[in-house]
Design a protein around this ligand. Structure first.
Ligand SMILES: NC(=O)c1ccc[n+]([C@@H]2O[C@H](COP(=O)([O-])OP(=O)(O)OC[C@H]3O[C@@H](n4cnc5c(N)ncnc54)[C@H](OP(=O)(O)O)[C@@H]3O)[C@@H](O)[C@H]2O)c1
Length: 342
């Protein structure tokens, strides 16, 4: 099969399409013919070698995909061998075939295209885990979503809206904030032209917000933490600010981003009455029931029309390098999808 390998840590150019053997499914695994790959920012951070648990190159990256089951392992009970599925593979989806544990895949709804199915799980599960499971978001609460036009951002806006929260959304261009608005954000802020912390403070009359969904970190963290109201919950799920638009990432940039987020002193949280969660969907291993429940509820919301994945741009597999570059340099909205060549 053809597979895109990370040949050494670095920018998009380190990706190379090479031949690789089709893998054999283990007892709990299914072998899937990949139709579409959903790109995630974690693929970028991993390619730089900065994502926890990234293997040494050469390796095949890729967290998520849609495709058709072609073989099943001896212990597989969930699939029979012909289903059209979407799944979370952790690694390996940048290829014509991928292995996935049966418990981290689910049948794709009939009306969902392969492109949409490859765009659904990781973003929606991340937003769901943060807002529903950790923050326990309630009707009428105010949430602030950063990078709101991105994969996790649009998922968070939609889940916030569905749960009747008041949604504040920030993004880096006027087009992106308009998109967040069209997906249900009540207040949108282009943070390159407006100081988002001042705007939120003024719209809420100094109250701030109850929940922050922050995947940017660094200076954005510092400003957003100040906006969190008493009883507030802060969700830190990524530090995109550690990369630049030209695709560089150095130890000093990581250190700078971390410096802005000086460790929070737990006893101090009692005095200010706020909480913070860090979470990582990549460490979901061993939570099979959780995946089933969360994906099940998200698909129910999808069928009700409350959620829809946005396929922002589709690249053919042979242009995988351009697809990575496009996501990395902040051009993307919604999800970037790579379609396998026929
Ligand atoms: N912890 C978890 O379990 C988990 C799961 C999924 C994703 N994540 C994290 O969530 C974040 C979003 O992931 P995603 O796949 O949905 O990506 P995305 O939001 O679609 O794309 C990244 C967006 O981040 C914003 N951004 C801000 N500063 C940036 C910078 N210095 N360099 C590049 N982009 C920057 C850009 O939007 P603007 O132009 O609007 O600023 C950019 O479009 C990432 O940090 C990712 O690692 C975490």
């Amino acid at each position: 099969m053809k597979a895109a390998f990370v040949t050494r840590y670095g920018g998009p150019e380190v990706l190379e399409i090479r031949d690789a053997p089709i893998p054999d499914p283990g007892p709990d695994q299914v072998l899937v013919k990949v139709r579409c790959i959903g790109l995630n920012f974690a693929d970028i951070v991993g390619r730089f070698g900065a994502y926890p648990g990234t293997p040494k190159p050469p390796y095949i990256p890729g967290l998520e995909f849609s495709g058709d089951v072609v073989r099943i392992g001896s212990g597989v009970t969930k699939f029979s061998g012909r289903e059209r599925i979407m799944g979370y593979s952790k690694l390996g989806s940048h290829a014509e075939y991928v292995l996935v544990n049966q418990y981290y895949a689910t049948a794709a709804p009939e009306q969902m295209s392969y492109e949409e199915a490859a765009s659904f799980l990781v973003s929606m599960l991340s937003a769901y885990h943060g807002l529903v499971r950790l923050a326990n978001l309630h009707t009428g609460e105010r949430i602030l979503v950063h990078a709101a036009a991105g994969g996790v951002g649009l998922a968070s806006v939609q889940i916030g809206r569905h749960l009747n929260a008041e949604v504040f959304a920030t993004a880096g261009t006027d087009e992106k904030v308009e998109l967040a608005k069209s997906f249900g954000a009540h207040h949108v802020i282009n943070y390159t032209t407006d100081a988002f912390e001042k705007k939120v403070d003024s719209i809420t009359g100094g109250y701030g917000v109850d929940v922050v969904m922050d995947s940017v970190g660094g200076e954005v963290f510092k400003k957003s933490w100040g906006l969190l109201a008493p009883m507030g919950r802060y969700l830190l799920l990524g530090v995109s600010s550690m990369t630049t638009a030209d695709g560089s990432l150095t130890r000093s940039m990581i250190a700078d981003a971390y410096e802005q987020m000086k460790p929070i002193f737990p006893p101090g949280l009692i005095h200010i009455n706020k909480g913070i969660f860090g979470f990582n969907l990549g460490l979901i291993t061993g939570k099979e029931r959780y995946f089933e429940e969360a994906a099940g509820e998200l698909l129910t919301w999808y069928r009700l029309g409350a959620l829809r994945p946005l396929v922002g741009k589709v690249f053919p597999f042979r242009e995988i390098v351009d697809a990575h570059r496009y996501l990395q340099n902040r051009q993307s909205v919604g999800k970037v999808v790579v379609r396998m060549d026929e």
